[in-house]
Design a protein around this ligand. Structure first.
Ligand code: ADP
Length: 208
């Protein structure tokens, strides 16, 4: 088995702020942010994969697991090959994947999850509001209707939330997502600092 990528999962419902936080964390040296939604949205609409994505996402459903994981693995290999992602020195920040237990299992041989950052948001209305605003701002057609938003939140509850039971409880850290963005960021950074230092320490020890 080849070496697994050291990873942290950003976990939470649609609208909990995973993407916003993930992008900022991905800009810190030593971290690489990978958002499946962005990978899917960058696909050519004429391609079969691109069409499949819109077909599912447009209804608020998950893209089939095998396809999703295959695409993600190809993508990550690609960015590693073109020297954009350096697994030896960087920690992967997974955003939007795994989205169900089957995906978590399929990823087991590829990633080593060291922490799950669970962005919690008890206020459903607040999340729906965020999704509506984002739909307008970013042209996210999948959040343009309340019906699709509702379906996406349902999919989260039935398929995605059980992923929390897949990982050992000591790896899961809760962060309240309704705080200000900078405070959420600061909480996440607090969690990441020791992980990063340990990762660096191991590397230097191995190089000796
Ligand atoms: P959000 O950030 O609002 O949670 P994403 O941009 O991550 O949404 O995802 C948009 C859509 O892309 C999802 O509704 C789903 O159809 C598809 N998608 C993204 N990630 C996955 C995944 N891991 N498995 C299956 N489908 C996915």
């Amino acid at each position: 088995m080849s070496k697994r990528y050291k990873s942290i999962l950003l976990f939470g419902a649609p609208g909990s702020g995973k993407g916003t936080q993930g992008k900022i964390i991905g800009s810190i040296p030593g971290f690489y942010h990978s958002a499946t939604g962005d990978i899917f949205r960058s696909l050519d609409l004429q391609s079969e994969m691109g069409r499949t994505f819109w077909e599912y996402a447009g209804q608020g459903k998950l893209v089939p697991d095998e396809l999703t994981i295959r695409l993600w693995k190809q993508y990550i290999k690609g960015i590693e090959m073109i020297n954009q992602f350096h697994p030896d020195s960087e920690i992967l920040v997974m955003d939007g994947i795994p989205r169900n237990v089957v995906q978590a299992q399929l990823l087991e041989e590829t990633i080593e999850v060291v922490k799950v950052v669970h962005l919690i948001c008890a206020d459903l209305n607040k999340m729906v509001e965020r999704l509506r605003r984002r739909a307008l701002r970013e042209n996210r057609f999948d959040d343009a209707s309340d019906e699709v938003i509702r379906r996406r939140l349902e999919t989260y509850e039935t398929d995605t939330r059980p992923v929390l039971g897949y990982y050992p409880p000591e790896k899961i850290v809760k962060v309240e997502a309704t705080m200000s963005q900078i405070r959420v960021l600061s909480k996440i950074v607090e969690i990441l600092v020791p992980l990063k230092e340990e990762h660096d320490h191991r590397r230097t020890a191995m190089a000796k």
